[in-house]
Design a protein around this ligand. Structure first.
Ligand code: IPD
Ligand code: CA
Ligand code: CA
Length: 280
C-alpha cells in the first residue's frame, strides 16, 4: 500500500465522481449538442466522455502524481506504483447519446501488491445515487449500507447482462448465453451500464449479472461494491474476479453456482483465448 490512506483515496474518489457526474455529464446530457463520434461501428464517444475524463485524470495527477492511471478514453499515467486507478468517465455512452437517463461515472483504485481493488465508487447523476465501497468496510449507497438480495432460486431472479460492441462476431455476441439462461430466470434486463448493473446486484435490485468483453474501468469499482455488499464475483470458469479478465459473473452468492454453470456451459464453444487486458 502507499503513503496516502485508504480514507483519503475514498473521499477523493467520491468527490471527483460526483463533481464530474453533476457538473460535466448532467450539463452535457441536457445540452442539445453532444458531439457524438464513433470509435467503432457502434461504439460511441462524446465530448462529455472526454471532458469528464480530462477532469478526473487531472485531479488524480495533481493529488497522486506517483500513482498509475488507466482511463477508458486513452489517458494513461504509466507507473510501477502499487496503486492503479481505473476510470470510466461515462459508463453507458450509448444511453447518454440517445437521451436515456441511465449512465454513471466509475472510479476504482486497485492495489497490485494486494491483487485486489481497494476503493470503488460509482455515481449515477440522474438519480443522485453514489455507490461506494472500501475493502473490508462494507458497501453503501449515499452513505447507507447496502446488501445483496436473499433470493435463492434462479427462477425467482432478475439477471442483468449486456452485449459487446463486437457483437457482429457471433463467437462473442453473448447470444448463446442469453438463449441458455432466459428460460431459467424470472427475467433478464439489459440496462446499458455495466458499472450500474453491478451496483444493482450489490443493492439487491438485481440478483445476478454476467457479461463478456469488458474492461477494468467497467468492472473494478462495481465488483468491489458487490463483494462488500455480501455478493460473489467470478470469471466464467468460476475463478476469483480479476479486473483484467474480460468476462464477469456477479451475484448475491446464493444463485452464483447455478448462474455461473449456465454461463460456463453455454460458453464451451468459444475459444478460451480472450486474453487478459494489458495496458503497459
Ligand atoms: C459499456 C456499458 C455497457 C456494456 C458495454 C460497455 P461504455 O460501456 O457498460 O453496459 O454492455 O460492454 O462497454 O462504452 O458506455 O463506457
Ligand atoms: Ca465509457
Ligand atoms: Ca464502460
Amino acid at each position: 500500500m502507499s503513503e496516502a490512506s485508504l480514507d483519503t483515496l475514498y473521499e477523493f474518489a467520491k468527490r471527483v465522481a460526483v463533481q464530474s457526474g453533476d457538473d460535466i455529464l448532467m450539463r452535457g446530457f441536457h445540452s442539445s449538442v453532444k458531439d457524438v463520434q464513433r470509435k467503432g461501428l457502434t461504439d460511441l464517444v462524446t465530448k462529455y466522455d472526454r471532458a469528464s475524463e480530462e477532469f478526473i485524470f487531472s485531479e488524480i495527477r495533481s493529488h497522486f502524481p506517483a500513482h498509475a492511471v488507466i482511463a477508458e478514453e486513452g489517458s494513461r499515467s504509466e507507473s510501477a506504483h502499487d496503486l492503479v486507478w481505473y476510470v470510466d468517465p461515462l459508463d453507458a455512452t450509448t444511453n447518454f447519446a440517445h437521451g436515456i437517463p441511465h449512465f454513471c461515472v466509475s472510479i476504482a483504485v486497485f492495489s497490485r501488491s494486494m491483487k485486489r481493488t481497494v476503493v470503488g465508487v460509482v455515481y449515477d447523476p440522474n438519480r443522485k445515487e453514489l455507490f461506494t465501497a472500501m475493502t473490508g468496510c462494507g458497501a453503501s449507497c449515499n452513505g447507507k449500507q447496502i446488501q445483496v438480495s436473499g433470493i435463492d432460486k434462479l427462477s425467482d431472479s432478475i439477471i442483468a447482462t449486456g452485449f459487446p460492441y463486437g457483437k457482429q462476431d457471433e463467437r462473442i455476441n453473448n447470444l448463446p448465453q442469453v438463449n441458455k439462461i432466459l428460460s431459467h430466470v424470472q427475467c433478464l434486463r439489459r440496462m446499458g451500464s455495466a458499472a450500474l448493473d453491478l451496483c444493482y446486484v450489490a443493492s439487491g435490485r438485481f440478483d445476478g449479472y454476467w457479461e463478456p468483453m469488458l474492461f477494468p474501468w467497467d468492472t473494478a469499482a462495481g465488483a468491489l461494491i458487490v463483494e462488500e455488499a455480501g455478493g460473489l464475483v467470478s470469471d466464467y470458469p468460476g475463478e476469483a474476479f480479476d479486473p483484467v479478465v474480460p468476462e464477469i459473473v456477479a451475484s448475491n452468492g446464493l444463485i452464483h453456482d447455478a448462474l455461473q454453470d449456465l454461463v460456463k456451459s453455454s460458453t464451451e464453444h468459444l475459444p478460451r483465448t480472450i486474453a487478459k487486458r494489458v495496458f503497459f
